[in-house]
Design a protein around this ligand. Structure first.
Ligand code: SF4
Ligand code: SF4
Length: 302
């Protein structure tokens, strides 16, 4: 069964209306700018806010693996190679500085029940449920189909937020139950895509075009990251692609932000650090460029 690292209620960013967004853990890509790095691996993972640690040592005694100790300077440090993400230190830390990302593993029916509790908000706002990640389509297909079928059967609007790196069959089995595909396009150049995400984009673009061909409702989401994909040439290529292959798709330009950098620290990893957040004026210029070149429906954010 998939691991879930967050269920965010009352979201207004991942599709229409008020939504509950489910974040599944694990992704086939490793985007260098990822602002949810805890989503990348498929297993639960320990996160520690070492900067705020008081050094009380409660977690050292609690760890059954002997993974926590003091270093030569007396700081409390965790040996992640020995950590099994058991969560004992989370309960021991009175400061709430330790957490396990991905510690929820509900069955599809239990998750659906939990999500349906917010149905009143969905109905009043035209909202629904968004499945996100990590990568939704990298999770167990039987589980996803049961979850989407149940929600759809209850009249809930279902959106899937995907990087698109999946066999077409994983998408096809969900088509009858999904109302909206929030589909990331990170770079059209396959080499650029591979350099910054770890994989080329042939499967991704093929899936996107097949979705368009079968008449699925698509919102193309482009994370705008300097220097990856924010040049005039990049936007012109995007315009040509959308107008020729995805006519009618909404395009959302999502400005890069560095708010995820603290999470890398808490995971004991280094953030990439080589990216710049665009200004509001830059985003508006890019939006206007797409509109001027013929993309009808363009928004910033979303
Ligand atoms: S999660 Fe478990 S194994 Fe990992 S450091 Fe904490 S107590 Fe030790
Ligand atoms: S229990 Fe929390 S505050 Fe105490 S040493 Fe461990 S991480 Fe630091």
């Amino acid at each position: 069964m998939p691991f879930i690292f967050n269920i965010q209620r009352f979201s207004t960013h991942d599709g229409p209306g008020i939504r509950t967004t489910v974040f599944f853990k694990g992704c086939p890509l490793a985007c260098a700018w990822c602002h949810n790095p805890e989503s990348q691996t498929f297993e639960p993972e320990l996160m520690v806010d070492e900067e705020r640690c008081t050094g009380c040592g409660s977690c050292i005694a609690a760890c059954p693996e002997g993974a926590i100790a003091r270093d030569a300077a007396g700081r409390v440090v965790t040996d992640r190679a020995r950590c099994t993400a058991c969560g004992a230190c989370v309960n021991a830390c009175t400061g709430g500085l330790r957490e396990i990302a991905g510690d929820q593993q509900p069955s599809a029916s239990a998750l659906a029940r939990r999500l349906l509790a917010d149905r009143m908000f969905f109905e009043r706002s035209g909202g629904g449920v968004t499945l996100s990640g990590g990568e939704v389509l990298a999770q167990d297909g039987v589980y996803l189909e049961e979850l989407c079928r149940t929600l759809h059967g209850e009249g809930v609007h279902v959106a899937i937020d995907t990087c698109g790196q999946a066999p077409w069959g994983s998408i096809e089995r969900l088509l009858p139950y999904v109302d909206l595909w929030l589909f990331d396009v990170k770079a059209l150049d396959p080499d650029v895509h591979a350099r910054y995400t770890g994989l080329t984009n042939e499967i991704i673009l093929s899936n996107l075009e097949r979705l368009a061909q079968v008449g699925a409702r698509i919102n193309v989401r482009v994370p705008v990251v300097h220097p990856v994909n924010d040049s005039i040439e990049d936007m012109e290529a995007l315009t040509a692609y959308v107008t020729s292959r995805l006519a009618g798709a909404r395009v959302s330009l999502l400005p890069y932000h560095a708010t995820g950098n603290g999470k890398y620290q808490r995971l004991g990893r280094e953030a990439h650090g080589g990216f710049a957040a665009p200004t509001d004026e830059q985003m508006e210029r890019l939006r206007q460029l797409l509109i001027d070149r013929g993309v009808i429906d363009v928004e910033i954010g979303g």
